[in-house]
Ligand binder design. Structure first.
Ligand code: TXA
Ligand code: MG
Length: 304
């Protein structure tokens, strides 16, 4: 297909995944990977995730797989979980920002999986948005901002998860969550059988993309605790869920899953009126996918 040819030639392809759309390049080709950073205006200190289509491809990317990491692969791959493992020398330093570790995931979306399985190299792919902006969850979102940077954007519908993958690292063999995402902390802990620490700090981020201001629309946003009323009478107020006013609800049915799939689309739609009055948004309940949603909302609302 055209996507395979473009990627072989070192070009960028918009790739649907179950989390968000990615901006993909041949992960083994440093020139192609450099185009990703240029297209996104992404700082070089922020490393990329390498995507694979087969379990056996892990060994091309990671030098070593601790047994505890295999447990998580078995439980959650393909799916929205990224594992940080020791890197193979074949992975260019640009991909990992010079770190000795590499982030790897096997996506679940059939279009992504099929493409990865047809290629003989893995794909480096960050979310397909300009650095610091809201991640894309439809093909149109990618075209709106990066049409001139990509050879093509594959159609994959609306992303079924809607927030990025959860990132899990292993230092001294122990798992640690670096980014909350599509696999909940509860689900990880159920598999691990023990609590898993999180390291989500934004001043000295372990996952360098975890900056305080990220996912930021131009429109000003203020947050309200879950279950609280808006403190500014008459201001636009997007609730987590209200049956009577679905158009002013983040979730279409009261679940955090629905809120996650709609989150980035809602943030983008606020920017159709970038100078409009500030919008108040009620946070999700702080459990399950709600944690990842609240993490994104905090960063979206952050003003430097
Ligand atoms: O769901 C996702 O993960 C999406 C889709 C396209 O797969 N991708 C995505 O990529 O969210 P991106 O570039 O927006 O976020 C990748 C994050 C970065 O913020 C980076 O800090 C972290 O992964 N990361 C990458 N390599 C790392 C490493 N070696 N150690 C720690 N964090 C790493
Ligand atoms: Mg991103």
């Amino acid at each position: 297909t055209a996507a395979i040819a473009a990627l072989r030639d070192g070009h960028l392809v918009g790739l649907p995944t179950e989390t968000v759309y990615g901006l993909a390049a041949n992960a083994l080709n440093a020139v192609a990977v450099a185009r990703i950073f240029e297209a996104k205006k992404r700082p070089h200190f922020d490393p990329l995730i390498v995507h694979i289509g087969n379990r056996s491809d892990v060994d091309l990317v990671a030098r070593e797989v601790p047994p505890v990491a295999e447990v998580f692969m078995n439980a959650f791959w393909p799916g929205p979980l990224t594992l940080v493992l020791p890197k193979q020398p074949a992975i260019p330093d640009l991909v990992t920002s010079g770190l000795d570790s590499v982030a790897i995931r096997m996506p679940q979306h059939p279009v992504a999986l099929e493409l990865l399985q047809a290629l003989d190299f893995p794909l480096a792919a960050p979310s397909a948005n300009p650095f610091g902006y809201v991640s894309p969850t439809t093909r149109q979102h990618v075209l709106d901002q990066l049409a001139n940077e990509v050879a093509l954007v594959l159609e994959g519908g609306s992303c079924s998860v809607g927030v990025e993958s959860t990132i899990l690292s292993f230092s001294e063999g122990q798992p640690m969550v670096l980014r909350l995402g599509g696999i909940s902390l509860e689900a990880l802990e159920a598999v691990h059988g023990r609590p898993i620490p999180t390291q989500l700090s934004s001043s000295q981020p372990h996952a360098p993309g975890q900056l305080a201001s990220h996912y930021a629309p131009a429109r000003a946003i203020r947050l309200v605790a879950h279950g609280e009323e808006c403190p500014a009478p008459g201001a636009p107020f997007l609730r987590f869920y209200q049956k009577e006013q679905p158009e002013w609800s983040l979730s279409a049915d009261g679940t955090t899953g629905s809120a996650a799939t709609r989150l980035f689309g809602v943030l983008r739609s606020l920017d159709e009126e970038p100078d409009g009055p500030e919008v108040w948004i009620e946070k999700a309940p702080e459990a399950g996918l709600g944690r990842a949603i609240n993490d994104r909302l905090l960063r979206a609302a952050h003003r430097a």
